[in-house]
Design a protein around this ligand. Structure first.
Ligand SMILES: Cc1cc2nc3c(=O)[nH]c(=O)nc-3n(C[C@H](O)[C@H](O)[C@H](O)COP(=O)(O)O)c2cc1C
Ligand code: SF4
Ligand code: SF4
Length: 252
């Protein structure tokens, strides 16, 4: 079983590649959270994987909430692993996950990481499609290699992007304080399609009089709503509009 969270498709793609290699099923954390499904059962010899994006050198709030609620029946000597997808550096995200999982009785055998396009458009631009394609193309070999190592139940720490991990707690405080929804704004370009509502993993957006409203004060800040909008009508702060939109392109 491969349990993943993904805002813009990078982590979903990694989960899908591993699934193709191992034949094991993919489970979406967002779907489980929406359906309040937290109990899982492993088959004999099944691997259990967690694939997620790095947020502020730590874990997305969704991943933390999910792992705290999850229970795995029949977990014994199963091979357990995690894969972080990041744009620059993972900080201590994988160690944070290992600690949370160990509280649920799961001991990770292996941790992996891969660099893909950075969807944090509050700072970074994703406008250069050629540059994006090149970055994800470069990640292909790493992802295939991770899938191979998972298939063969390889143990160990395989993360070359851990740099600056010692500052992770400081960086992550700004995530917990900053993931408010008040900076979200919708422009006149909005066509009222509801795609942002459908793609929000935390049910934070509601359509009111044909326009989206952010009904919770905080969210995971996954930016899925912003990147999925067909007319780029959603902004978060001054830079996101000009920094562009990104979704992993499955056709590449
Ligand atoms: C709120 C937020 C914070 C992020 N923080 C980091 C970070 O600390 N380090 C990093 O390398 N990438 C960071 N990123 C980039 C994502 O980890 C990266 O693009 C990831 O592959 C996205 O995966 P997804 O498409 O599955 O959502 C951040 C992205 C978001 C939305
Ligand atoms: S409101 Fe947008 S950024 Fe926040 S959780 Fe929903 S989709 Fe993600
Ligand atoms: S996805 Fe964009 S166009 Fe569609 S309702 Fe949301 S903001 Fe409006």
């Amino acid at each position: 079983m491969i349990i993943y969270f993904s805002g813009t498709g990078n982590s979903k793609h990694v989960a899908d590649v591993i699934s193709k290699k191992t034949g094991e099923k993919v489970v979406s954390m967002s779907d489980c959270l929406k359906k309040m499904q937290f109990d899982f059962k492993l088959k004999k010899g099944e691997r259990i994987g967690f694939v997620y994006p790095v947020y502020y050198w730590g874990l997305p709030s969704i991943v933390k909430d999910f792992v705290k609620s999850m229970s795995i029946e029949k977990y014994g000597k199963h091979y357990a692993y995690s894969v972080a997808t990041c744009g620059v550096a993972t900080g201590s995200a994988d160690e944070d996950l290992a600690k949370l999982l160990s509280k649920r009785g799961i001991k990770l055998n292996a941790s992996f990481a891969v660099k893909m396009v950075d969807n944090y458009t509050l700072v970074f631009s994703v406008k250069n499609k050629e540059k994006n394609d090149k970055k994800n193309e470069n990640a292909k070999e790493t992802i295939e290699n991770i899938a191979f190592l998972v298939e063969n139940r390889t143990s160990g720490y395989h993360n070359p992007y851990r740099s600056l991990w010692m500052f992770s707690p400081i960086a992550h405080v700004s995530y917990e304080l900053g993931r408010t929804t008040s900076p979200f704004k919708v422009s006149q370009d909005c066509i009222g399609c509801g795609i942002c509502v459908k793609n929000c993993p935390t049910n934070t957006i509601s359509m009111e009089y044909g326009k989206p409203m952010w009904i919770n004060k905080k969210c995971s800040q996954c930016l899925s709503c912003l990147h999925h909008c067909p007319v780029n009508a959603i902004t978060f702060g001054p830079l996101t509009k000009k920094n562009g939109q990104y979704l992993y392109d499955e056709t590449k």
